[in-house]
Design a protein around this ligand. Sequence first.
Ligand SMILES: Nc1ncnc2c1ncn2[C@@H]1O[C@H](COP(=O)(O)OP(=O)(O)OP(=O)(O)O)[C@@H](O)[C@H]1O
Length: 318
Amino acid sequence: MSGAALAIDGLRKTYANGVTALCGVDLNIAAGEVFAILGPNGAGKSTLINIVAQVTAKSAGRVAVMGVDIEAQPQLAKRLVGVTPQEIALDPFFTVRELLINHAGYYGVRKPGPWVDELLQRLDLAKHAHKRTRELSGGMKRRLTVAKSLVHQPPLVILDEPTAGVDVALRHGLWSFIRELHAQGSTVILTTHYLEEAQELAGRVAIINQGALAACDRTENLLADFAARRVEIQWKGENGAAPDVIPVGLQWDAGACRLHGELATDAVSELMRWAGERACQIADLRLEPPRLEDVYLHLTSGAAATAGKQQQEARHAG
Ligand SMILES: Nc1ncnc2c1ncn2[C@@H]1O[C@H](COP(=O)(O)OP(=O)(O)OP(=O)(O)O)[C@@H](O)[C@H]1O
């Protein structure tokens, strides 16, 4: 498992209440990657992150951070990772600077001052450094939580929904900060519900559903493997009349007088023939490549999701 920034093998978690949050996840994230973990609410993303951060105990499996097994060398493994949790919990009585310096002390960092100043600068917190944390706005607290996780300069940075509930400008600020961290050699793992964020930042994406890995690949490969096109046809039927034949896979929206839906790539030539025969009734026709959102929805809902979970459970059975 050495060589990877994060190596996860057969990770399982069943909570005391009997809920199985992870049912045998394997994941290998190379040093220097920006990697996104996507999945619906309750998929198991935070459980996975909390196990890596050693705030939740795993039920089975192995986890190594920068080649260090979290069970064999828990203290060393803890120092190699900085986790920004989803929940913001900051001591209200410390100032921003005090909080960061104290937190650095927790990791045994000597003379943290210059790096704390740099973090305050880069996360746009310098002018709030003297304020008590209870005086900060939600967005400032979010940035401080990010700074706190980086104060010991870990090589692996994990951000659990870093942009949840933050405004657009701050989101873009955090994106450029993540790019800077990456450019400086950090490995960054983030979870997000914003698919465009994953597409924008991450080289590779994992989709977790019901505690199982539904996909893990480069975004462009996930899109290339998804053999479907989005179709939208504006129709000029007289008095709003529907087309005589509706191509399989498309739906008729009478109010907007249009056909729309998803079409398998190998059915496109058939659609073109259908459209050619009705050219004078078509005002507009658009065929769009799939988006990460389409792949995500396909993998996390219905039959594809159930099949993926069963496959993974079978692989890890026993
Ligand atoms: N401490 C806990 N005790 C019992 N069950 C838990 C606990 N924490 C999480 N769970 C359950 O484990 C499952 C996975 O939860 P988790 O928080 O890991 O999902 P998530 O993918 O991070 O969701 P979200 O996107 O909503 O943050 C859910 O069914 C959740 O209810």
